[in-house]
Design a binder for this molecule. Structure first.
Ligand code: NAD
Ligand code: IPM
Ligand code: MN
Length: 367
């Protein structure tokens, strides 16, 4: 029997609420399969800072180092609450970016998916959604502006200034491109390369390396799109996309737009893959506006668990069952508050009721 150690970091805001539902599903997956999961809870985020003085405490690093995979809830505080923590110790700079760097999780897969039967969740017209949206954004996660040199100071004119650099080397670009091309090769064989080479030198290098890597995947057709145009096309014609590859900051912004065209960030799970370690987290944040109310959508967190089953443990069929169980809950006409606005015809259920229904559906499925 396989045994996997999983670090569980519930995070801040809605994190603990949606993580609880993901753990329910994980426990059922364990019961149904020839596998044991050793769950190792750890503090990460503002909770870590307030309890241990560090958003990514040493104990958490030790747990993550030992883990076969890590699942992480969203971290962070509201704009006002953030001010209680010194800037460099805030959960984003003090925990999330250091974790991405520590485990070199450079390939961030952010699926944006909505079957035609759920077109009513989307703010887009049904004719735009057509047969459904099913694309995956591949975001470079450990380079670019996020990790470049930063300088803050006062210049010769006495003005405060800041300098942040967008850095990539060719190896960083090459490794993310291989992920994107391989994914495209196994799907529709079309890769949309998102760039801004009309302005940024980093995009010029990005495109050069992309073209070199493309020669190794002759069956994949590349379509180059400037990032600003891509933002429009995501609204006007999202079904033309299948695999999209982009640098860190572009991916941050476009993937939230992805949540927008689906109808909720609650539908956005993700996988953050390195060559040796992977962690899984929703694409969205800690949603302080709805935290503690048992109304957040746990789909993104449960979906992140499904991605862990697939990518870290090779449990591809069981991952499909988890997705199907969640789709089954939607098909029965239920969802959380984000997707059950008055007049939508969708029956509103709480976060934990959603998790319970997913568990019921999964129990009914053959292994
Ligand atoms: P957010 O993603 O937390 O919320 C944006 C909107 O989406 C809110 O209205 C929220 O209620 C809604 N939303 C998000 N997830 C939802 C869910 N599962 N179900 C229903 N509705 C959901 O973005 P924000 O408010 O800009 O950021 C809040 C905090 O989260 C900030 O501190 C930010 O830095 C942090 N953050 C963390 C991560 C992460 O941990 N990877 C990602 C993004 C933002
Ligand atoms: C995300 C988040 C993070 C990012 C923040 C919280 C650092 O927005 O995972 O999309 O910008 O990468
Ligand atoms: Mn983001």
């Amino acid at each position: 029997m396989k045994n996997y150690k999983i670090a569980i970091m519930a995070g801040d805001g809605i994190g603990p609420e949606i993580m609880q539902e993901a753990v329910k599903v994980l426990k059922l997956v364990e019961e149904r399969n020839d596998v044991t999961f050793e769950l190792m809870p750890a503090l990460f985020g503002a909770c870590g800072y307030f309890e241990k003085g560090d958003a990514f405490p040493q104990e958490t690093k030790d747990i993550c180092d030992q883990a076969d995979a890590i699942i992480k809830g969203p971290i962070g505080l509201s704009h006002e609450e953030s001010k209680k923590i010194p800037i460099d110790k805030q959960p984003e700079r003090g925990a999330l970016l250091p974790m991405r760097r520590r485990y070199k999780t450079y390939a961030n897969y952010r699926p944006v998916s909505l079957p035609q039967s759920l077109a009513h969740f989307s703010p887009l017209k049904p004719e735009i959604i057509g047969d459904g949206i099913d694309l995956i954004m591949v975001r470079e996660l450990v380079g670019g502006l996020y990790f470049g040199n930063k300088e803050v100071g006062v210049n010769d004119d006495g003005l405060r200034y800041v300098k942040e650099t967008l850095e990539y080397d060719e190896n960083q670009i090459r490794q993310i491109m291989h992920h994107a091309f391989k994914l495209a090769s196994g799907r529709k064989k079309v890769l949309h390369n998102i760039h801004k080479s009309n302005v940024l030198k980093s995009s010029v290098l990005w495109n050069e390396v992309m073209e070199e890597v493309a020669t190794e995947y002759p069956d994949v057709k590349v379509i180059n799109i400037l990032v600003d145009a891509a933002a429009t096309l995501l609204c006007l014609n999202p079904t033309q996309f299948d695999v999209m590859v982009m640098e860190n900051m572009f991916g941050d912004i476009l993937s939230d737009q992805g949540g927008g065209i689906l109808g909720s960030l609650g539908l956005m799970p993700s996988a953050c893959l390195g060559d040796e370690k992977a962690y899984y987290e929703p694409s969205h944040g800690s949603a302080p506006d709805i935290a503690g109310k048992n109304i957040a959508n746990p789909y993104s967190m449960i979906g992140s668990v499904a991605m862990m089953l697939e990518y870290s443990f090779g449990m591809v069929e069981e991952a499909k069952n988890v997705w199907a169980a969640m789709q089954g809950v939607f098909a029965d006409g239920f969802s959380t508050a984000d997707l059950s606005k008055p007049g939508s015809g969708v029956k509103m259920i709480s976060t934990d009721a959603f998790g319970d229904k997913v568990v019921e559906k999964l129990k009914a499925m053959p292994t």
